[in-house]
Write a protein that binds this ligand. Structure first.
Ligand code: SF4
Ligand code: SF4
Length: 605
């Protein structure tokens, strides 16, 4: 063993590798992304690593590997599990041979997600064991244990760190290479009575799962990470039940205090019932401090009823702690002070940091999506139109002055939302914007549906040749894999034509007039038509020729600022100037200026 300073996600990856990982697949999504990326980085070639087109594909791949006796890990964020939930529910019945860990990172806050959904619900819904680490060290150790439980009970298991565990850093004890487990998969052994999900088999599997989970609840009651801690006052008849990163906040708030009993729940499903009964013994009141949903609170309330325990359970359901958002050290300290009748902790006396400049989320300077949105906006001026957005950087097209995202639901949904609006309002020009990675992830089926059901809409694919929002991961359109191979690109245009979209045009949005003409022409056609706006992500190309404003020609009309909102153009000391450190020289603003005052910009028409 030796010490290393690691990010939580890196620790999880390293733990999985130490556990004898053979295959990892996933779809990028904050806060889970670095787990797969770290595995790829430390891979000695023995592990197959894949960014799949979406979470469903990733999970099915991981299942196939685990059927063959491999140890597999699948990574995603909480909303990704919705996409993977179809195979997940059936896989729970079929089970696995090799250890299989499904890592789903939850995002309380939410900091970078559409929802605050709690994966612990999916554990009880799918009836799969779930592990909930509370620190970087525990994440490293626990994922190795999760593989052991998975293999022992022939079931996939869920592993659900939250953002602060995933992105926190700590100096932790890690294994030396010689201590790593080596897992040599036996290979797939044919047995249709095991691997083919017939109704009869499912019925028997259901019986088995229910029995197994009763056993696991017992086993988890003795699991060393479901901890009951007497923190000082043995006569105290109050307790705190908690989990994950909140456990760390609780212990911090109780430090140096004559304090109550604490129950840390590391396996929210199957709930460690006997450990809970032991914790509740002799307590009058328990405060549950958890993030996202009141899972522990409901379980303890149920257990009190089942065992006729006269303990009052408080938490989110009773509004003794906030019902949404992240916990913090400070919020937990206040919750505990309220509960214990202690004086509220004084706010830390630190010098207030200087106020940050107001910086609303905005597309990067030089982002080609700005040009795409602007082209559609210009082409549709004065026409009744709706612009359905999707998940990715381009969701920021909703910001002023572009204001080009009227709806956004979940990955790939924009295509069929557009179709729905169009069916009700046939006189509306319906546009669906989707990024290239999202297109492959889940918009293809939407396109098929729209064609088959004779929608009248324009599908706009914003192809910047990367998965920009999560850190530029490859996808089928980029022509490379996570194993470093250069492969044949899957053509978005050919896919669209293949599913029956008759008109598919490709244009560089930075050639503004051409882009506007294309939108006018293509959108006027009937049926489903597509425009692929193709131009690389501004972060990946280094512009070296910033635009320049000719102050003699500039009238300070501010059209460039008011219509584009590019952070590279600023109004300073009474005049409009270009911020050289930001400008990529995309040339969009020079095509917008009515006075020809903007020159330079290497891509200008
Ligand atoms: S050329 Fe104009 S639009 Fe393009 S990045 Fe520079 S300032 Fe922004
Ligand atoms: S649009 Fe042209 S004239 Fe108007 S402020 Fe910008 S650079 Fe100056």
């Amino acid at each position: 063993m030796h010490k290393e300073f690691l990010m939580g996600n890196a620790a999880i990856a390293r733990g999985a590798v130490a556990a004898g990982l053979n295959l990892v697949s996933g779809y990028p999504g904050t806060p889970s992304t670095e787990v797969l990326e770290t595995t790829a980085k430390v891979n000695d070639g023995s592990i197959y690593v894949e960014w799949s087109v979406n979470e469903k594909a990733a999970l099915e791949l991981g299942a196939g590997a685990a059927y063959s006796g491999a140890r597999s890990m699948v990574t995603m964020k909480q909303v990704g599990l919705n996409v993977a939930s179809d195979p997940l529910m059936s896989l729970a019945y079929i089970g696995v041979k090799g250890g299989m860990v499904i890592l789903v990172a939850d995002d309380p806050g939410p900091i970078s997600s559409q929802t605050e959904q709690d994966t612990r619900h999916f554990a009880s819904f799918s009836k799969l064991p779930c592990f909930d680490p509370s620190s970087v060290q525990e994440a490293y150790d626990m994922i190795q244990e999760a593989f052991e439980y998975s293999e022992k009970y022939h079931t996939p298991v869920l592993f659900r760190p939250t953002t602060r565990v995933c992105h926190g850093y700590a100096s932790i004890e890690v294994k030396d290479k010689e201590e790593y487990k080596v897992n040599k998969p036996e290979g797939f052994v044919k047995d249709s009575s095991k691997w083919v999900i017939f109704p009869r088999l499912s019925y028997n599997a259901h019986i088995h799962i229910e029995e197994r989970n009763v056993e696991l609840s017992q086993v988890f009651s003795d699991y060393k990470r479901n901890i009951i801690t007497e923190t000082g006052d043995k006569g105290c008849r109050r307790g705190i039940a908690t989990h994950g990163i909140s456990y760390t906040y609780v212990m911090e708030a109780l430090r140096g205090k004559n304090a109550p009993r604490v129950f840390k729940v590391s396996t929210p499903f199957p709930f460690p019932e006997q450990a809970a009964v032991k914790f509740l013994e002799g307590l009058d009141e328990v405060l549950c401090i958890e993030e996202l949903d009141p899972i522990i609170e409901r379980e303890l309330t149920y257990i009190c009823g089942k065992y006729h325990l006269n303990t009052k359970i408080l938490g989110k359901l009773t509004h003794h702690v906030k019902t949404a958002g992240e916990n913090t050290c400070a919020s937990v300290a206040v919750n505990i002070a309220d509960f214990m009748g202690w004086e509220k902790p004084a706010a830390a006396e630190t010098e207030a940091p200087p106020a940050l400049p107001v910086r609303p989320p905005v597309l990067c300077a030089g982002c080609p999506h700005r040009a795409s949105f602007f082209a559609v906006k210009e082409a549709m001026k004065g026409k009744k139109s709706v612009f359905c957005g999707d998940i990715g950087c381009y969701t920021l097209g909703n910001a002023m002055p572009l204001d080009m995202v009227d709806t956004c639901l979940c990955m790939g949904a924009g295509v069929n939302i557009t179709q729905g609006i169009g069916k009700i309002e046939p006189d509306t020009n319906c546009f669906a914007f989707v990024g290239d990675s999202t297109f492959f992830a889940s918009a293809i089926t939407g396109a098929v549906n729209a064609v088959y059901n004779q929608a009248d809409m324009t599908l706009v694919v914003l192809d910047n040749s990367t998965t920009a929002m999560t850190g530029h991961q490859p996808h089928p359109g980029t022509g490379r894999t996570m194993m470093g191979e250069v492969v044949e690109k899957v053509s978005i245009q050919e896919v669209l034509k293949g599913v029956g979209v008759k008109t598919v045009e490709t244009v560089n949005p930075l050639e503004l007039n051409k882009a506007i003409d294309t939108v006018k022409r293509v959108s006027a056609e009937k049926g489903v038509k597509a425009i692929v706006f193709k131009s690389p992500c501004a972060v990946l190309i280094k512009g070296n020729k910033p635009a320049v404003i000719d102050s003699a020609k500039c009238t300070s009309c501010k059209k460039c600022i008011k219509t584009l909102g590019c952070p590279g153009i600023v109004f300073r000391d009474g005049s409009v100037t270009i911020e050289n450190s930001l400008c990529t020289g995309c040339g969009l603003c020079s095509q917008v200026c009515p006075f020809g005052a903007i020159g330079g910009g290497e891509d200008a028409e």
